[in-house]
Design a protein around this ligand. Structure first.
Ligand code: NAD
Length: 355
């Protein structure tokens, strides 16, 4: 494993003065990838490991840079004592082999706990168990499925968004478009419908749309390519990231975007474009912190407490409300305010550490 030079990293728009970015490889198993530690002021870097077939290795590196930065902000605003990190494994053409995950566990060990990781896109339980056998720094899923907790957090953020749009947070009678009916999206639909919302939803997997339609006959299924255009109060992206391109933003039919997908903004200009178009955008790392809040509870020195997780996840509502209120007062995008708040939390911690 070797450190990448900051002058080389500076060429990427996703680079943000990351503390350390490593490239690692283990040719015998086909393992290759990047670990990005963005900021560890609040605690050890925390972030999942993604196993993905990228078009180029550089795309993988850029993904790790962007995702680790968002993890820093997510941890800060969720008030959990961790920093931001993220790893990507470049999926080899030869396919998944368990030796690769064992070698990855050994790679993580070299960082001596500066990076704590867990499951992200592309990894299943077996892969994680192989990593865990090799490394104590791979988090155990003791806290169970994270999707429902992430959905509860998004729901809390949606309530705050409704309050900002309509001066009350009543879900009943409001309209929602949910893209992606996986772990988070399906739970979010269930919550919105249970509170009297009118919900439109889409998924590229017809098994998922059929199952959800059977479970909730009042749910309206829409084609995936059209879900963002539906004129609704809130659009909730719960599929993959980078979907909010300039073109897509121009096509949005909603008043606000508030969803679970990580890395929703396609580039650095997207949040300003949303603001100019008058679409309220709740930063993904604010709305989707519920899963993180639940997983870090497993490390609480006094043991896992569901009541505490519930309170903290509900706290996402107040965090969202404060960000939207400040953005309104200061006439700027909520994304900019969220970044500023997270940076303030980090610099205050830095001051206490140095005093
Ligand atoms: P998932 O894989 O269970 O579900 C994603 C769903 O999106 C799948 O059903 C897939 O078929 C669908 N999909 C993919 N492309 C689509 C498209 N173009 N149009 C419509 N549907 C499409 O994932 P998840 O755990 O539900 O997570 C959803 C998003 O939320 C991801 O971006 C994830 O990174 C993020 N997130 C998840 C958690 C968590 O705890 N699970 C926490 C925070 C953030």
């Amino acid at each position: 494993m070797h450190l990448l030079d900051h002058t080389i990293l500076g060429a990427f728009p996703e680079y943000d003065g990351h503390e350390a970015v490593y490239e690692y490889e283990h040719p015998e198993s086909g393992l290759r990838g990047y670990i990005a530690l963005h900021n560890t002021t609040l605690g050890p870097a925390n972030g999942g490991t993604r196993y993905w077939t990228y078009d180029t290795a550089t795309d993988g590196l850029r993904d790790a840079l962007a995702l680790s930065r968002a993890m820093t902000y997510k941890c800060a605003l969720a008030r959990v004592p961790y920093g931001g990190g993220k790893a990507v494994i470049l999926a080899p053409a030869s396919g998944k082999k368990q030796e690769l995950f064992q070698a990855y566990g050994n790679t993580i060990n070299a960082l001596n706990g500066r990076f704590l990781t867990g499951q992200d896109v592309g990894l299943d339980t077996k892969d994680i168990e192989t990593m865990q056998a090799a490394s104590p720094f791979v988090m155990r899923a003791a806290a169970g499925n994270l999707g429902p907790w992430a959905a509860r957090g998004v729901f809390a953020a949606i309530q705050a968004t409704l309050a900002a749009l309509f001066t009350n947070d009543t879900v009943a009678g409001k309209t929602f478009a949910v893209k992606g009916l996986g772990n988070v999206g399906s739970e979010l639909c269930t919550l919105l419908l249970a509170h009297g919302g009118r919900v439109f939803a889409a998924d590229t997997d017809s098994l998922k749309t059929t199952a959800m339609q059977q479970r909730h006959p009042t749910l309206t299924i829409i084609a995936p390519q059209d879900i963002h255009r539906i004129p609704v109060d809130i659009y909730a992206p719960c599929a993959l990231g980078k979907e909010l391109t300039k073109e897509r933003i121009d096509e949005l039919g909603c008043k606000a975007v508030c969803g679970a997908a990580n890395n929703q903004l396609a580039d650095n200009t997207a949040s300003e474009h949303l603001y100019e178009r008058g679409v309220l955008y709740v930063p993904d790392y604010v709305a989707n912190a519920g899963g993180l809040i639940n997983v870090v509870e497993s490390f609480a020195t006094d043991g896992y407490r569901e009541k505490r997780v519930t309170e903290r996840v509900q706290g996402i509502r107040q965090t969202t409300a404060s960000i939207l209120q400040q953005a309104n007062t200061e006439h700027c995008s909520p994304h900019r305010i969220a970044e500023m708040l997270a940076q303030t939390i980090i610099s205050e911690k830095r001051k206490t550490l140095s005093s």
